[in-house]
Design a binder for this molecule. Structure first.
Ligand code: BV8
Length: 239
């Protein structure tokens, strides 16, 4: 089968071997912080200092994080699929910039990005490298304390949903990589792809919460499993 319209979803597991924390593994982020406190608008309103510290620490970690073989393989796959006349959309739940660093371009950050901030007062959003705190002034409207990380918190609308559902409804291959399948709407994408008649694959360290929804699963560290799976697919693309 020569897949032409591919949608790939990644989660924190694809960045685990680059040293970025996952959320629900044994020493995951949610074992150290309460989701309610740091990943909801209510938590931010209650204690902006805690939330700024949480995201400042993760934004600082971006600097020395490098893409691992899984990120690099996915960037290679995007080019190989384009060369064969197909299209690959990479939807990531991750807020790190490792897919970009690896060279992926047809990329959609549905949960936002650590390296961007937005203003709750005037709505402007833009790239942001350094720390952010409650005293930082908005570069456009001048308000102090209205800037927040441009990430999608629980209860907020993820980015790009129309584009994602449009691609899922027409894809012939859907691959979910490094995600526990616990967070919606991302965890529901496999059902949309299955209804579109796509082949569905899970590549993960271990079977996720919705592993049964996939036609195929390969398990092990992403740097090995994704690289091998991409190599097998690229070999078929040429045929
Ligand atoms: C929304 C912010 C309306 C940025 C994040 C009850 C039932 C169902 C749903 C809900 C419900 N109550 C509320 C909801 C909705 C809620 C939700 O799903 N809650 C869950 C917890 C029940 N969702 C929302 O609120 C979303 N918004 O629904 O709006 C709507 C709906 C439809 C359409 C439009 C609007 C907003 C969700 C976004 C929340 N923001 N992050 C940040 O700080 O990062 S979510 C957070 O979890 C991260 O973004 C992360 O990406 C995401 C998912 O986690 P994973 O990436 O899967 O990471 P995890 O640690 O869980 O798993 C890692 C996996 O990797 C594991 O399986 C592990 O085995 C594997 N792994 C580890 N190492 C490796 C590996 N794999 C390979 N190799 C390795 N080396």
């Amino acid at each position: 089968m020569n897949y032409r319209r591919i949608v790939i979803l990644t989660g924190a597991g694809v960045s685990a071997e680059s040293g970025m924390g996952t959320f629900r593994d044994n020493d995951g982020i949610w074992t150290k912080y309460d989701i309610e406190d740091v990943a909801t608008p209510e938590g931010f309103a209650r204690n902006p200092v805690l939330v700024h510290d949480f995201y400042n620490a993760r934004r600082r970690a971006l600097g020395d994080a490098a893409p691992n073989p899984a990120h690099l393989a996915l960037a290679r796959l995007e080019k190989a699929v384009a060369a064969a006349g197909g299209e690959l959309l990479l939807v990531t739940q991750n807020v790190d910039n490792l897919h970009e660093k690896a060279g992926s371009t047809n990329l959609l950050h549905m949960h936002g990005e650590l390296a961007r901030v937005k203003c709750d007062a005037c709505g402007v959003a833009g790239a942001w490298e350094g720390d952010l705190d409650a005293a930082t002034e908005c570069w456009r409207c001048g308000r102090v304390g209205a800037l927040r990380p441009d990430v999608v918190w629980f209860g907020e609308m993820p980015y790009g949903m129309d584009a994602i559902y449009e691609r899922l409804s027409a894809c012939d291959l859907f691959v979910s990589i490094g995600t526990s399948g616990e967070v919606y709407p991302a965890a529901g994408f496999v059902m949309e792809a299955d209804m579109a008649g796509a082949h569905t694959v899970e590549l993960n360290l271990e079977p996720s919460a919705n592993a049964r929804g996939f036609r195929e699963g390969r398990y092990g560290p992403a740097s090995e499993v994704v690289s091998q799976w991409v190599e097998d697919l690229v070999a078929k693309l040429g045929s």
